[in-house]
Structures are given as structure tokens and as C-alpha cells.
Design a protein around this ligand. Structure first.
Ligand code: PMP
Length: 358
């Protein structure tokens, strides 16, 4: 029985990438050493990190005036790094409260002493839709506006970005980077943990306009953009294996046809599941149609006990990790780049069977 892993992250990786890691694990590039053993201060690792950067640039069409950096500390680390590096003028930021991860970003910025203005929130409707700006942003007031392009837990995603009226735009793209096309130049900074669409856990991408990288005093070196830019992301030991495995996944993405191809596949996968849910008498999506995510699909029966029974049935059939986040309940299918169409077909078939028998 094939197994499909619908986890929200760390998440399923392409079989080809896992196989390549397995083959190369004892000896990378004929060196007689494992990637798990090599120093980052080697020409071999320089090549790995520089190739990954170039592949990112190609795949996302990142303009030359943007720097690409690799950090540790996850998206959570960037909730601190972004304010520390960029909120240096007004010490005031704006935020759209689209769910759990936007709220964590808000908490961390406040924790660092910034004023956080939540300009819109959809908390009242359990984040079943995206918050939108209702008035134009005042000029010269905020260091930036923070948005979460895809809300991993609640299952919403921005297609059209808010008009910021000149305020810098920061995107937490942790759960849909390279799963759908965004124009990098519409953002001043993008960050994303790679553990959902691009690789294993352990590395976080930061893509930022070069002219925003300025020396800032009294911030930790490990979160310092200026230092990381100067040292090619290696002022200290980087997550060597995670960067290597991300590099392999980027090559895989290129071979598949890149971001536009991924978006097409992801739209097909998501439509199959949403169409089923919209026609079901037992299950329903928890998100209004125009705001639905391509990568994270929460759904419920309305009865928590029945939800549990569905999850048990799916697990018995090799359809794994479909339990919804505790704040939403129900089920959640994460359909990242490496989830094949056949996996979603198998899921829909099993849900259909379950519905028929109930
Ligand atoms: N932002 C988003 C949108 C996320 O989905 C997550 C994690 N799932 C985070 C931030 C936090 O990332 P990390 O666990 O890598 O710190």
C-alpha cells in the first residue's frame, strides 16, 4: 500500500530527492566523506550554497538588487530578526491578523518593544477569510506592513497583495513559497522556513532588498542581516545538511518545470479536494471560496468524534497526518509541491467511501 504524508511541516519530500540523498550519503562527489561530515569551510560546500542561491534566483526570478540568505531559527527566528533589522526608524509596524502565525509575529514584535498596529483581523470569523486593508496606509508612519501570504493552520492565502501606499511589505511565505507565483519585487522582504515546500527542517530563507541591509547595533549576530549578507550566510556553522537537501529539492523543482508548473499542479490538486468538499453532505471546507489556500486545506464534519473516526480510517489506509491543528480541529490536508496528484486522488476516494458508509 502506498503511503501519502499530508503533514503540515516538516512535510513530504520528492521521492527522487530522498533517493539521491540515500545514494550520496556515504560519499559526496566521490570525496569519501558524507555530507554529514564535511566542513562548511570547503570549496565543496561553497559550491553547494552558491548553487542553491542561483537556483533560488532562477526559480523565483529574484532581481539582482535582492540578497538571498540562509538562517537558522525558523520562521519564529524571523519574527524577531525582521523587526530587529528593519523596524529601526519608526519603531512601529502594521500587521494584518490572518491567523495564528501572524499573531505570533505580532507578539514577538511587541515583545521587542515595538508598537504593532493590527490594521485588520478576521479573528471574529475564526479566520475563515483574509483580512483586507480598508483604508490606504498613512505615509511615513510604519517601518513595514507584515502579512502571512499563506496561513498554514487556517487554510487561507493571498492572491492579490495589499496596496501599501509606499510602506514596505514583508511576507511570511513559509507555507506557500514556490507553490504559487508571487512577484518578488512586490515585497521588500520575504522569509520562509524551507520545511514545507523546499526541503527538510533546519534552514530559513530570507530574500531582502539589498538597500535595506544596514548595520544595526545591539542585535544578536545570529539574527544580523548585515553580517549574514557579508559572510555569505556563514558567520558561523550553517545547517550544512539542510542546505544541501534544499539544493537537491531546488534542482528537482527546476526539472519539473519551476514555479508556474508547480502552481498549475497545485491548483489541480486543490480543486480536486475542494470540489469534493463543496459537493459533500458530510464534509465541508472551513474557508470561503475566494480566499482558499492551495497548500493547506482544513475541513470538518462538524462532529469532533466523527472527525476522529475519519482520521483513523484514513490512517488505516496509508493517508497520514491529516489531523487538523488543535485551534481549528477537524482535518487538514497539506498539499505541498512534493505531494503527487495520486495522493490527493487517494484521499478523495477514501473520504468518498467514508461518506457513503455513514
Ligand atoms: N509562519 C508560518 C506561516 C508557518 O506555517 C510557521 C510554521 N509552521 C511559522 C511561521 C513558524 O515556523 P518555524 O516553526 O520554522 O519557526
Amino acid at each position: 500500500m502506498p503511503v501519502y504524508n499530508f503533514a503540515a511541516g516538516p512535510a513530504t519530500l520528492p521521492n527522487e530527492v530522498i533517493t539521491q540523498i540515500q545514494q550520496e550519503l556515504p560519499s559526496i562527489n566521490g570525496s569519501g566523506m558524507s555530507i554529514l561530515e564535511i566542513s562548511h569551510r570547503t570549496p565543496m560546500f561553497d559550491d553547494i550554497i552558491n548553487t542553491a542561491k542561483q537556483d533560488l534566483r532562477d526559480l523565483l526570478a529574484i532581481p539582482d538588487n535582492y540578497e538571498i540568505m540562509f538562517f537558522q531559527g525558523g520562521g519564529t527566528g524571523q519574527f524577531a530578526a525582521v523587526p530587529l533589522n528593519l523596524a529601526t526608524e519608526h519603531h512601529r509596524i502594521a500587521l494584518l491578523d490572518s491567523g495564528h502565525w501572524a499573531a505570533r509575529a505580532s507578539d514577538e514584535a511587541a515583545n521587542l518593544g515595538l508598537t504593532v498596529d493590527t490594521l485588520a483581523s478576521t479573528k471574529d470569523t475564526h479566520y475563515d477569510r483574509l483580512p483586507q486593508l480598508t483604508a490606504s496606509l498613512p505615509t511615513d508612519t510604519y517601518d513595514y506592513l507584515h502579512i502571512t501570504t499563506n496561513n498554514t493552520i487556517e487554510g487561507t492565502a493571498y492572491r492579490d497583495l495589499p496596496q501599501t501606499n509606499g510602506t514596505k511589505l514583508i511576507g511570511d511565505m513559509s507555507s506557500n513559497i514556490m507553490a504559487q507565483r508571487y512577484n518578488v519585487a512586490d515585497f521588500d522582504l520575504i522569509f520562509a522556513g524551507v520545511q514545507k515546500n523546499l526541503g527538510p527542517a533546519g534552514v530559513t530563507l530570507v530574500i531582502v532588498k539589498k538597500d535595506l541591509i544596514k548595520p544595526v547595533e545591539h542585535i544578536p549576530n545570529i539574527l544580523n542581516y548585515s553580517l549574514f549578507a557579508k559572510k555569505n550566510s556563514m558567520p558561523n556553522t550553517p545547517p550544512v545538511f539542510a542546505i544541501y537537501a534544499t539544493g537537491l529539492t531546488l534542482k528537482w523543482l527546476k526539472k519539473q518545470g519551476g514555479v508556474d508548473e508547480m502552481q498549475q499542479r497545485n491548483e489541480k490538486k486543490a480543486s480536486l479536494l475542494y470540489d469534493f468538499l463543496d459537493n459533500s453532505k458530510l464534509f465541508r471546507s472551513t474557508v470561503i471560496a475566494p480566499d482558499r489556500s492551495l497548500t493547506n486545506v482544513p475541513f470538518v464534519t462538524g462532529d469532533p468524534e466523527l472527525d476522529k473516526a475519519v482520521i483513523a480510517d484514513l490512517t488505516d489506509n496509508g493517508l497520514l497526518n491529516l489531523k487538523g491543528h488543535r485551534s481549528v480541529g477537524g482535518l487538514r490536508a497539506s498539499l505541498y509541491n512534493a505531494m503527487p496528484f495520486e495522493g490527493v486522488q487517494a484521499l478523495v476516494n477514501e473520504l468518498y467511501k467514508f461518506e457513503k458508509n455513514h
